[in-house]
Design a protein around this ligand. Structure first.
Ligand code: AMP
Ligand code: MG
Length: 333
C-alpha cells in the first residue's frame, strides 16, 4: 500500500474507533417501569440522557393524568369540566377534544368519550356487575358527544354528562412522550402505556399481538415495523362472566352494553398515539368491515382478532405480520 493511502486508512480507522468509543461512552440504554394512568408503564430508552428521559417519561404520564385527563383526580381539567358542566381548558387539551370529536363523528358515534356515567354503572376496575336497566337507560340518555360543544378553548357540556378520555389517554401520553424524546435527542425508545406502545427512533421494531384467550405473556402474531404507535383494544382487558356470558369494558354507545360482535381484539398502527388508541376502541365497536373503513380514513392500519380464530388484516399489513400461533389463520381481505 502506498504511504498516502495507508495514512488515509489509518485516519479512517482512528475516526471509526473514536466514534465507537464515543458512542459506547455516551449512549446508554435504561429501562424503567412504574404505575400511572391506572396501568403499568414500561420504558426502554437509548440515548445520551436515557436515565433523565425515563424520569421525565414518568413525570409526563403522571402529570398528564392528574392535571389533565383523569376523571377522578380533583383539579384535573376533565374532572373540572365534569363537575362544572364545562369551562376553560388549555390549548393542548382543546386540540385533543377537537381530534376526538372528529373520531366520534367519523365513527358514526361508535367512539364516544361521554360514556363515563354508563361505564361507572358497570363498575369495571372495582366490583363489576350488570347495571340496573333503568339506571343504564338514564345514564345513556345523558351521554352523547353531540352534547359537548367546543369553542376555541371553552368546552360546554350538558348536565349529568361525564367525559371519559379512557379510550385515548394512553395514546395521548405516547404523543407527549414522543415530543420529549425528539427534544432530548434520544436515539431509540420503546414505551408501553398499558396496551398502547410507542416505537421511537431508527431501525426495525417487533411488537406482539396478544392472544386474547391466553395469559398476558402469550402472543398470536408479531408485527415488524419502523417507528410508529401501536394500540390494542381487547375485551380481555377488563371483563367478568355472569350466567355464562362475558361482559367487558368496551361499550356500544347505542345500547350501553359491551360491544357484541365477532371481535376479540383490534390492533391499530398509526403515527399518532391518540389516533392509534382512539381508533382501536372505535374499531372494536364497529367490527371488521366498518372498522377497516374508519382506520383507512385516518391512514391507519388495523388487525382484528376474531372469535372464530382468524387474524384479519388488509394487504397494507401483509408484509409486516407473522402469525406465531397455529390455531389462528391469517385472512387478508
Ligand atoms: P381502550 O382500552 O383504549 O379500548 O378503552 C376502553 C375504555 O374507554 C373503557 O374502559 C371506557 O373508559 C372507555 N370506553 C368504553 N367504551 C367506549 C366507546 N365506545 N367510546 C369511547 N370510549 C369508550
Ligand atoms: Mg383505546
Amino acid at each position: 500500500m502506498k504511504k498516502a493511502a495507508a495514512v488515509i486508512v489509518a485516519i479512517v480507522l482512528a475516526a471509526l474507533a473514536a466514534f465507537v468509543v464515543y458512542d459506547a461512552t455516551l449512549n446508554k440504554t435504561v429501562s424503567e417501569s412504574f404505575f400511572a394512568m391506572n396501568t403499568i408503564v414500561s420504558a426502554e430508552v437509548t440515548g445520551v440522557s436515557a436515565k433523565e428521559d425515563c424520569t421525565e417519561i414518568e413525570k409526563i404520564v403522571s402529570r398528564l393524568d392528574t392535571e389533565t385527563l383523569s376523571r377522578t383526580a380533583e383539579g384535573s381539567e376533565i374532572f373540572r369540566l365534569n363537575k362544572n358542566g364545562g369551562g376553560e381548558i388549555g390549548e393542548k387539551t382543546a386540540e385533543y377534544f377537537s381530534l376526538l370529536i372528529d373520531v366520534c363523528e367519523k365513527s358514526g358515534g361508535a367512539f364516544d368519550f361521554t360514556l363515563g356515567g354508563v361505564s361507572d354503572l358497570w363498575k369495571f376496575g372495582s366490583n363489576p356487575e350488570i347495571p340496573d336497566e333503568n339506571a343504564l337507560a338514564n345514564a345513556l340518555l345523558h351521554s352523547g358527544y353531540k352534547k359537548v360543544f367546543l369553542d376555541g378553548n371553552t368546552v360546554s357540556v350538558s348536565d349529568l354528562l361525564v367525559i371519559d378520555f379512557g379510550a385515548a389517554g394512553k395514546g395521548i401520553a405516547l404523543d407527549e412522550i414522543k415530543n420529549h424524546l425528539e427534544a432530548s435527542k434520544a436515539k431509540r425508545a420503546v414505551v408501553a402505556v398499558g396496551g398502547s406502545v410507542l416505537l421511537y427512533g431508527e431501525g426495525e421494531f417487533t411488537v406482539g399481538i396478544r392472544n386474547p384467550e391466553g395469559n398476558s405473556g402469550s402472543y398470536l402474531a408479531k408485527l415488524k415495523t419502523d417507528a410508529c404507535c401501536v394500540s390494542t383494544s381487547g375485551s380481555y382487558e377488563q371483563s367478568f362472566e355472569k350466567n355464562g356470558r362475558i361482559y367487558h369494558h368496551i361499550l356500544d354507545p347505542k345500547t350501553g352494553y359491551p360491544a357484541d360482535n365477532e371481535v376479540l381484539s383490534v390492533t391499530v398502527v398509526s403515527d399518532s398515539g391518540l389516533l392509534s388508541d382512539a381508533l382501536s376502541t372505535a374499531c372494536f365497536v364497529l367490527g371488521v368491515e366498518k372498522g377497516f373503513e374508519l382506520a383507512e380514513e385516518y391512514g391507519a392500519r388495523a388487525v382484528f382478532v376474531t372469535k372464530d380464530k382468524k387474524i384479519i388484516a388488509r394487504n397494507n399489513i401483509e408484509d409486516i405480520i407473522e402469525i406465531t400461533n397455529e390455531d389462528y389463520t391469517l385472512v387478508i381481505q
